[in-house]
Design a protein around this ligand. Structure first.
Ligand code: CAA
Length: 259
């Protein structure tokens, strides 16, 4: 079925790329867009040829937040009964292969939250991050109050959530919100290079690494370490571990079979 709010393509037959495409609304996120994004990511996750995904927007906006026009008339009964956000905005959390956010321009409110739901963020120099919901008389509703402090610490997260100010790419990198900042015209090139690099590794090891890092945000340190240790042990049951180590020992490039 044709998508109305996103564009979907693959790169090198290995990377699934989703481009948010509501330019007139600066990629404001509505239920239709989030349904399409969730379906596209799930399809890529289920496709054995795909090793990594990228979510991106336009030069001007990754996404300027939840669609304020659509939300303006909602009452408590609408959002509670329809389980607004939880029902279809968090599909990305169930994706097991890596998802990289390639952010240029505004990533505000739900846009910043969507970027933070991805596994890591590569930002263009013009990227601007923020949780401006306070200006609308609401608070972040797609995980911003939880993921932002984990990324940048309490003081900066409070500053962002309480003043609604934006953070530029340099500050975002310094604070740990983004993994790298690149020139705008190199954003997709750098992101796809990272994605293709990930695709060439063992898919099993990649998925296990993602799962283990995500564990660090839940539960205790001891539980997280134990989870990591058991996953690490489990890697020794894979053909890819034999291949990776044999390739190193014999000074050749590993050819992973994802088994
Ligand atoms: N929802 C709906 N439409 C939006 C939008 C949003 N979040 N953000 C921008 N737009 C629309 C504008 O209404 C405008 O439409 P028209 O041309 O029809 O008037 C168009 O996009 C261009 O926007 P601007 O003219 O405002 O562009 P600008 O360059 O002057 O400013 C901006 C850009 C600073 C991003 C500004 O648009 C802005 O502040 N947007 C709102 C950001 C925001 O508050 N986001 C949080 C939403 S709440 C949320 O996300 C809740 C949650 O946690 C889930």
């Amino acid at each position: 079925m044709a998508n109305e709010f996103i564009e979907v393509r693959t790169e090198g037959g290995k990377v699934g790329v989703v481009t948010l495409n509501r330019p007139k609304q600066l990629n404001a996120l509505n239920n239709g867009l989030m349904d399409e994004l969730g379906a596209a990511l799930k399809a890529f996750d289920a496709d054995p040829a795909i090793g990594c995904m990228v979510v991106t927007g336009s030069e001007k906006a990754f996404a300027a937040g939840a669609d304020i026009g659509a939300m303006a008339s909602y009452g408590f009964a609408d959002v509670y009964k329809n389980d607004y956000i939880t029902r279809n905005w968090e599909t990305i959390r169930s994706i097991r292969k890596p998802v990289i956010a390639a952010v240029s321009g505004f990533a505000l409110g739900g846009g910043c939250e969507l970027a933070m739901m991805c596994d890591f963020i590569i930002a263009a120099e013009n990227a601007k991050f923020g949780q401006p919901e306070i200006k609308l008389g609401i608070i972040p509703g797609a995980g911003g109050t939880q993921r932002l402090p984990r990324a940048v610490g309490k003081s900066k997260a409070m500053d962002m959530a309480l003043t609604g100010r934006m953070m530029d790419a340099t500050e975002a990198e310094r604070a740990g919100l983004v993994s790298r900042v690149v020139p705008l015209d190199k954003l997709m090139e750098e992101t796809l290079a990272a994605a293709l690099m990930i695709c060439d590794y063992s898919q099993i090891a990649v998925m296990a690494a993602k799962e283990a890092v995500n564990k660090s945000f839940e539960g205790t340190l001891a539980d997280g370490i134990m989870f990591e240790r058991r996953m690490f042990h489990a890697m020794f049951a894979t053909t890819d571990q034999k291949e990776g180590m044999d390739a190193f020992v014999n000074k050749r490039k590993a050819q992973f079979k994802h088994q």
